[in-house]
Design a protein around this ligand. Sequence first.
Ligand SMILES: O=P(O)(O)OC[C@H]1O[C@H](O[C@H]2O[C@H](CO)[C@@H](O)[C@H](O)[C@H]2O)[C@H](O)[C@@H](O)[C@@H]1O
Ligand code: UDP
Length: 454
Amino acid sequence: MGRLIIVSNRVPSPRERLQPAGGLTVGLKDALRGGSSLWFGWSGNQSEFEGDPVTGMDEVDGVTYATIDLTARQHEGFYQNFSNGILWPLFHYRVGLMSYSRRDWQTYLEVNAMFARSLRALLRPDDVIWVHDYHLFPLGQALRDLGVTGRIGFFLHIPVPPWSLVRSMPGARLLLEDMQAYDLIGVQTEEDADNLNHAFRLNGLTERARAFPIGIDPHEFREQAEASVRREEADRLRASLRGTALILGVDRLDYSKGLPERFRGYEAFMARYPEHRGKVSFLQVAPVSRGDVEEYRQLRHQLDELTGRINGAYAEFDWTPIRYLTRPVARDILAGFYRMADVALITPLRDGMNLVAKEYVAAQDAADPGVLVLSHFAGAAPEMDEAVLVNPYDADEIADALHQALTMGLEERQRRWTHLDEDVRRTTAGFWARDFLQALDEAPPVGATPVATS
Ligand SMILES: O=P(O)(O)OC[C@H]1O[C@H](O[C@H]2O[C@H](CO)[C@@H](O)[C@H](O)[C@H]2O)[C@H](O)[C@@H](O)[C@@H]1O
Ligand SMILES: O=c1ccn([C@@H]2O[C@H](COP(=O)(O)OP(=O)(O)O)[C@@H](O)[C@H]2O)c(=O)[nH]1
């Protein structure tokens, strides 16, 4: 059995405690725990020189991390503009936010070809390659073009809209063709798999998509929460609450997360349920993400304005309705905050999965669990139907859900949490990886015949 080769744009810094917020590296690290593999991707650094060499190599806990730098030009065209300025909005059903340019498309293909050349030099014949996410759709074909004939799987961490939407993007069909180079394509939900296979069928291509919902390591995270709730940061938060109930939101500052809609829901809650004023605090942790992308800058201004308006309207001299942080909080500290929170308020407009929802459940005290309020449009929602599910576009529904959650009796909270906890302990990161890799091993091999490249 050869090595497992993981390829993703974002690669964690294995020796840093504070990692960039994001579920892909969390799920994969939890999945790789205890195994030996090679993880290849972008170092997160920008270099001056355009070249292919692997610039970083490190080995921690059995995982070898091999990274390459991007130049400023490549970072702008590949990561900022095409991946996060075109593919991300499109696959989150926000066609109107796409800003396509052919030059960015070429840079996207150029960087994928560079990933393939650099990785090719590290490969052994019996390696199993697992490519991750929308930054690297064409990588499989680029590797086939370099003569790689072994197993190559792909996992898409973000939603898959219907082809009628995806085809809005120039070159969409070429991406579908390139994806035929993968022996198996994993997506988060059955809806995603149906949409992607329908796109393949409509374009005369072979259906290769199956659903494998990603998860976390709930046992490890619960232990972290039990430890972190006794840490200094949790003590500071608890003291600052002065007995008020805690509503917690944790998200990258991203328009897919429904933060303006969430804040407007909380504003409606303050207006329609005055009995909770002064008795609840809403803490939103929203570390800046992709801050050089215009839509993300606009979102931050919008949230700054909403926070000021709501606090200005409802604050007392000794109470502030919303606490809003744009810096990251280390995940182990967050674990303690989750455990303290009476309500988790998670309202994405679209989300591939949302590991925060699963982390919140895993962190709870079974004797007195909090309540998960979750958007219908999170990838986690179909399997977490015991959450209080809301439509994030309906501010009054969010308000009603918050009132319901804060007044819910212990017996119902425990009933709901028990079902949610069973799910989180079933769809773990380890199960996700084992299930996908077994299916990849059993999938009919694509072989080495290259198809027309994009
Ligand atoms: O790498 P960044 O640009 O900083 O973005 C962080 C990650 O965001 C997205 O995460 C997705 O994957 C999660 C795990 O499967 C899933 O729970 C979440 O719903 C998705 O948004 C992105 O897909 C990753 O590539 C990024 O690393
Ligand atoms: O300040 C923060 C905010 C988020 N996270 C982590 O970032 C991940 C977010 O993953 P999710 O799947 O919810 O969304 P994504 O960011 O991948 O779209 C979760 O593991 C969070 O615990 C973190 O460590 N610090």
